[in-house]
Unconditional design. Structure first.
Lengths: 298, 205
């Protein structure tokens, strides 16, 4: 199979030593096994994330993503831009669509881009890595490298918000998307049904409104446990960080006893594909996913 | 700021002001007051005025009440309201737009935590083109002074140490850390975009 090439927009949290360092290590393994070549966009910048609007408003926020789109077109003409982070993807796709719809916004954007020596001349398609897996690679090819089915493990697939809304994965419903459960089953584990699959973790308000966000997180973790899950699986860096990190805070404040590992779909795939715990980034969990480490070590 | 100017330009018609100056504001008149947005928001109970009410208040000309409200700052950007709105209003973007408009006019509530953190986040990312997670966390903890900062940092110490141990928070980031090569170009680009936006929306006149 010929390698599939994409312009890659890693985003701030996927940098070395940043909060999703463990995630990106497992993405590398998945790409290698599935013949995906991610070409990092030279000098990419932050997308502004979900609270960029507060100070950045409209145009300053959109030009951040426009610069990444322009760099993609300049360096990797004809390739789709792929993000592993839902916020990066959302911002890039929103910008691409808004600039497609408004000639005035495009002209203003290019006036600003000129200051950075760039111009957006052609349109770039901004996609999520999950779209690449499902649409370009396909379920059959994704399942093929599985050598260690994660049998007996019960998992709550936590899709969260921004991988799912407003764009989502084509053909999936906003209220009950199925692809993450399907991925869990593809690697041989069991996806438990539970009622907080698309609940918001609080997003950036975990910093500014901790009590309100921690109520969301408590609902998610509690429901996963009530439905028999041993771990939570997510495609989103902020979901992962919020739901994992704040369990200890909730325990302190509310006398709960939460200790549920929160892992990425790509970490499951890495272990199922025969990768080591280190390759899967499992040493990067605050709450260790011991059962996955065990399978990886067998 | 331009509060008085804006009011006179739109002859006290706040709906027209919102349509002209707020991101996606031209959608406001499409709201049919069904309330699905209000019922779909994860932080719904914490909004003084739900999006549904905000839309009606805009149409009723309640300029001060809307722009001084804490409500829009409760948005977590979950996009539930967008996908459920039967009229397909981009509600999340309108709430973001209203929050930014109130912030830029100096009318948003002082010390509103999400407003403060949004500003810290933006300033952090514009400096190097990329977010420095360590400096952002520290700026957040110390935004209410040194004493409060030490207290906040100590409370989250366990989490910080856990992240460092897991190699997901690098203490060396304090010395600079990840950065774009063309940070000068990025800063000029953002400044130009802000200049265009200010001119269009009447800020700083």
């Amino acid at each position: 199979m010929a390698k599939k090439h994409y312009a890659f927009y890693p985003g701030c949290s996927s940098q070395k030593g940043a909060s999703a360092d463990n995630f990106i290590r497992s993405i590398d393994v998945v790409c290698e096994k599935l013949d995906i070549q991610l070409n990092e966009i030279p000098d990419w910048n932050c997308c502004g994330a979900s609270i960029g609007y507060g100070e950045g408003g409209e145009l300053p926020r959109l030009v951040l993503s426009a610069r990444n789109l322009a760099l993609t077109a300049q360096n990797f003409a004809g390739q789709d831009m792929v993000s592993v982070c839902p916020a990066c993807w959302l911002a890039s796709r929103e910008t691409a669509e808004r600039l497609h719809e408004s000639a005035q916004l495009l002209a203003e954007t290019n006036e600003a881009l000129k200051e950075a020596g760039l111009e957006l001349k052609s349109e770039v398609k901004a996609r999520h890595f999950v779209e690449v897996l499902i649409e370009d690679i396909g379920w059959e090819a994704m399942e093929k490298p599985v050598v260690k089915p994660l049998q007996g493990l019960k998992m709550a697939g936590y899709v969260g918000c921004q991988t799912n809304r407003p764009f989502g994965i084509a053909g999936e419903s906003f209220e009950n998307p199925q692809y993450l459960d399907k991925m869990i089953e593809m690697v041989g584990a069991e996806a438990v049904p539970y009622d907080q699959k698309v609940t918001c973790c609080g997003g950036a308000l975990a910093f500014s409104e901790p009590d309100k966000a921690q109520k969301q997180i408590r609902d998610i973790v509690e429901s996963a446990l009530d439905h028999g899950a041993e771990m939570i699986v997510t495609p989103c860096q902020l979901c992962q960080a919020n739901v994992e990190i704040y369990q200890s805070e909730i325990n302190k404040k509310q006398s709960t006893n939460f200790n549920v590992p929160v892992v990425y779909y790509s970490q499951l795939m890495t272990v199922a594909y025969g990768g080591s715990a280190e390759q899967a980034g499992l040493d990067g969990q605050l709450i260790r996913a011991e059962k996955l480490e065990q399978i990886a070590g067998e | 700021m331009s509060t008085a100017n804006e009011q006179s330009r739109y002859r006290g018609n706040f709906l027209k002001e919102v349509e002209a100056n707020v991101e996606e504001g031209h959608w406001v008149r499409m709201c049919m007051q069904c309330g699905v947005c209000a019922g779909s928001c994860p932080l719904g109970p914490h909004w003084e005025h739900s999006p549904q009410k905000i839309f009606m208040m805009i149409r009723a000309g309640k300029r001060e009440e809307v722009l001084r409200s804490d409500s829009m700052w409760m948005c977590t950007s979950c996009y539930n309201c967008i996908v459920r709105c039967p009229r397909k209003l981009p509600i999340t973007h309108i709430m973001h737009g209203l929050a930014n408009y109130a912030h830029r006019l100096g009318l948003a509530p002082e010390k509103q935590p999400t407003r403060e953190i949004a500003k810290l986040f933006w300033d952090n990312l514009v400096k190097t083109g990329r977010v420095n997670e360590l400096k952002f966390s520290l700026a957040m903890y110390f935004r209410n002074g040194f004493g409060e900062g030490i207290k906040a940092a100590l409370e989250m110490q366990g989490v910080g140490m856990g992240l460092m141990k897991a190699k997901r928070l690098n203490p060396m980031e304090i010395l600079g850390g990840h950065s774009c090569k063309d940070k000068g170009g990025i800063q000029r680009m953002v400044a130009k975009a802000r200049e265009i936006e200010d001119r269009k929306k009447g800020f700083g006149q």
